[in-house]
Structures are given as structure tokens and as C-alpha cells.
Design a protein around this ligand. Sequence first.
Ligand code: C2E
Ligand code: MG
Ligand code: MG
Ligand code: MG
Length: 281
Amino acid sequence: EAKSAGGATFRFFDPSMQAAVDASTSLETDLRFALARREFELYYQPVVNAMGLMVGVEALIRWHHPKQGLTGPGAFIAQAEKSGLIVGIGDWVLQEACRQLARWGGDAATEHFTIAVNVSARQFRQEDFVPRLLEILAHSGADPRRLKLELTESVLLADVEDTIARMTALKEQGIGFSLDDFGTGYSSLSYLQRLPLDQLKIDQSFVRDMLRVPHAASIVQAIVHLAGNLGLHVVAEGVEEEAQWDALRSLGCGGFQGYLFARPMALAELAGMTEEEAAPA
Ligand code: C2E
Ligand code: MG
Ligand code: MG
Ligand code: MG
């Protein structure tokens, strides 16, 4: 700014601005060491079917910050993207998720579980994203057909040709694709028939409002129909109330995720749940 103003410039010192810069710098510094210090952990949130049975999980990253304690992705993913650190972090997430997938694959009670992993724009566009993921999968011994990648509209549409090429290469190995937070983007729907997707995830904002705001219910209904007509699975996010679950089921939605069923949880806690579920009746 000082430059563009040319000649004589007035710089007003704004302490709050400096504080914001300091905060993001120290966040970045902390992030830079977090991988080596093993401060990240994957939490897992169950995805259930219309009968309420667990069919898989979504992996959601958590950061055990040395001072702030357990921290959710909202506090650091954007900064990780901006700094490029997301590439290493995302790589770790994929390794960890595939390791877990392989463990479940060895047990009859859990071998059908899928793991969904969120992939950020910068990570997906890495030159070697496809071969690297295939390497991670091969090394882990996980079944690629049980791995789903979640991408948002903005990631998918940033470069459609490149996106289709990457997706196609991964789909040939059996990997599935979900369009996350569906309904919150603003693009034309025509791309839906071009992208080799498997699933739409209805954004939680529509689920939250669907029983109170008629427009939200209409949007949910439209998404479920659209998915059905395009041959895509559909998962509703943010299901918190039984009445929402009922309404979603009667619309024909087939997958559900939300606090009504379970919060994202550490592996040990999830293991307790899957053992319960696997226990003979
Ligand atoms: P998302 O992929 O849309 O994940 C769903 C978010 O909704 C999660 O927040 C989850 O904890 C929350 N959620 C689940 N059920 C409910 C519910 O019933 N009510 C409400 N209010 N919220 C619910 P979380 O874990 O904070 O993650 C936020 C976002 O961070 C994710 O949104 C995803 O975009 C991103 N993210 C998470 N893990 C990763 C990761 O490993 N890599 C990347 N690149 N992004 C990640
Ligand atoms: Mg997601
Ligand atoms: Mg989402
Ligand atoms: Mg989201």
C-alpha cells in the first residue's frame, strides 16, 4: 500500500492490525512444527445408513496445540492452505486414514467401512497428488474402494479438465469422490454431469433449517432428487434431531452424519462403538 500511494506516504500504525499479523505468524510457526511434533490427530465421525447402522466414517483433523489444547480445523486449515503447509499435513492425513482403513480391512466386522478424507485445493493440485496417493494406498495395504475423497465445488471447478483427469485416474483404482458442502457453491449445475462423482453431501446449513424454513426443505428435496437422477449417493451432514432424520429419510436420503448419531471422536472411542456394533446380538 505504501508503494502504490507513491511519493510521500502516511502510514498509520494500527495496533490491532499488527496483532493480527503477529497472530497469523505465530500460528504459522506453530503449524510448521506441528507435524514433526506429532500434534495432529484424526478424529472419526460415523456415517450411518437409513437403519442407523454405521457404514463408514469421515476423518476430521484435530490439532493438539501446545498452548491452546485441542483445536479444530476451522482455526488452522485456512492458514495451512495459505502457507502451503497443507500439502504435508494433507499427506499425513491420507497416510493415517489409509493405515486405519487397512486395519479395518483385516476384520470381518469392520471390513465394509469406508473412510472419507477431506482434500484441500492446494493438496489436490499438487503435481504428484495422484501417484503419491496411490503410493500411500499401496504402502498401507488398504482397499482403494473403501476410500472416498471429499472435495468442494470450488476445488473441483478451479480447473475442470485437470480435475476430471485426476479423478479419472484415481477412480480407475476404485477410489470414490464426494462433493462436500453441496448447495453452498454458486456454479452452474451442468458440471455435475461431467465430473465422475459418486456422492453429494448436503451442506449442514440446509439440514439445520429444513424443519423451520420451507426454502431449506425444498433445497434438500431438490438435492436428493438431483442425486437420484444422476445416479449419485447422497449423505446429509449435520443431522442433530430425530425429526430431521425422519424427514430426510422420507425424502429418500440414504446416508446421514451428525451429532444425533455421533460426534467426531478419537479412535479409541470409536473402537468401543464398533465393537459394540460388531457384538453378536
Ligand atoms: P466438513 O468436511 O464439511 O466436515 C463436517 C463438519 O461438521 C465437521 O467440522 C464436523 O465436526 C461438523 N459436524 C458434524 N456433525 C455435526 C452436527 O450434527 N452439527 C454441527 N453443527 N456440526 C457437525 P470440523 O471437524 O470442525 O471440520 C470443519 C471442516 O474442516 C470440514 O468440513 C473440512 O472442510 C475441514 N477439514 C477437516 N479435516 C480436514 C482435513 O484433514 N483436511 C482438510 N483439507 N480439511 C479438513
Ligand atoms: Mg467433509
Ligand atoms: Mg461438509
Ligand atoms: Mg464444511
